[in-house]
Write a protein that binds this ligand. Sequence first.
Ligand SMILES: Cc1ncc(COP(=O)(O)O)c(C=O)c1O
Length: 385
Amino acid sequence: MRPPERRIVFHRPWVGVEEEARCTGALRALRLVGNGPEGKRFQERLRALLGGWHVFFTPSCTAAFEMALMGLDLPPGAEVVCPAFTYPSMTNAIVNAGLTLRMIDVDPGTFMIDPTLLPAACNARTRAVVVVHYAGMGARMDEVNAFARVRGLVVIEDAAQGIGAAYRGRPLGTLGDLGCISFHATKNLTTGEGGALCVPIEHLARRFEILHEKGTDRAAFLRGEVDKYTWVDRGGSFVQSDLLAALGLAQMDRLGEINRRRQGVARRYLDSLRDLEAPGAFALPRVPEGTTEPNWHIFALRVDTARRDRFVKALKAEGIDASTHYEPLHLSPFARSRLGTGPGLLPVTEEICGTLVRLPIWPQMTDEDALDVVRAVRKVHVGLA
Ligand SMILES: Cc1ncc(COP(=O)(O)O)c(C=O)c1O
C-alpha cells in the first residue's frame, strides 16, 4: 500500500514557470478579452499545427460543437449520427440545435465509429456524421469520408482528445469537414477550460468568425476592414479570453515533449503487461491501422466484466488512481426518457463500457511511477483471477 503522498493520481497537467510567465505577462498588459494579440498568436500556432485550417479558440470543445452546428444551418429535425461511446457534449449540442440524434455502435477493436454500420443508421433525413477519435488515436476516416461523400453528409470530427495526433499523417480534427478539439485541464494541451473549432475553407471561416464574435463583424473591424462593428448574423459568446490563450501558448511550446513523454509511459505499460494478455480476460490497447502519431491521451485496457469494478477498486486500494470511462449514452437517464433508448440497443458500446480500465498517464510520471502502476496491475490481476 502506497502512502497518501506517493499516490499516483490519474492525471496531472504539466504547468510550470513558462505558463506563469505568459499568464502574468498577459495580465500585466491587461490582455483579458479574447481575439487580442495572445488569442491571435495562439490561433496562428494552432493553425500551423493543424495544416493551415482556420482555427477559432473557444471556451470549450462543447462550445465548438455548438458553433459548428450553428454554422451548418441544418434544417430542424435533420438527423445526425453519433457514437454512443462518448461524452455527452456533441449529443447535447445536437439536441440543443433542434436536430435528431441517432446513436450508433462502435468498432470493438478501436472503440470508435464502425463505418460498416453507417448505411443502416442513415436515412433520407440524415445530414451529418460525428466521428469521435478516442484516446488520441484516429477513427477509420477513409471509410467514413467515402460514405459521407456518396451520401452528401457533413463529417464533424470530435477530436477533443486528439491534439498532436495524426491519421495517415494528417492531424486529427482536419480529416472531415469540421473539427473540434478540447483544451480542458485533463487534455494533453490545456488552457484549463477551452477548445477550438477547425474550419478548412476561407468562405466558411468568414461565416464562423461572425458566429464566434456574437454574430458581429468584430473580426473584420479588428483587421481594419470596417470602421465600426455591428450585428450581422446569428452567433454566440464563443470567444475565449486572451489570458487563457497566453496559457495555451506556453502549453503549445511543451506539446511535443508532453506527447513524447506520454508515449514513453504507454510503451512502458505495453512492454511490461504484454504477457498478461488473455482473450476475454485482459487486453491491452492497440494503435489502430492508420494512426500515425498516437498522442496517448488515454491508456485504456480491458478486463472481463465480472472483475472490472473490483479491478479499479483494488488498484485504488494500492494507491493507483485508475478509472473506468464513459457510461453508454443510450443508457443514460436523459436518452432513456427523451429518446426512448435502452439496454441491448448498442451491444458493443455496452460491452466496452463495462470492461474498460484507464490507467494513470501524464507527462511528468517517472519510469518508477509507471513501474509502480505495472506492479499494482499485476498484483490485482493475479489477486482477482
Ligand atoms: C470525446 C469528448 N468530446 C468532448 C469532450 C468535452 O470537452 P470540453 O470539456 O472541452 O467541452 C470530452 C471531454 O472530456 C470528450 O472526451
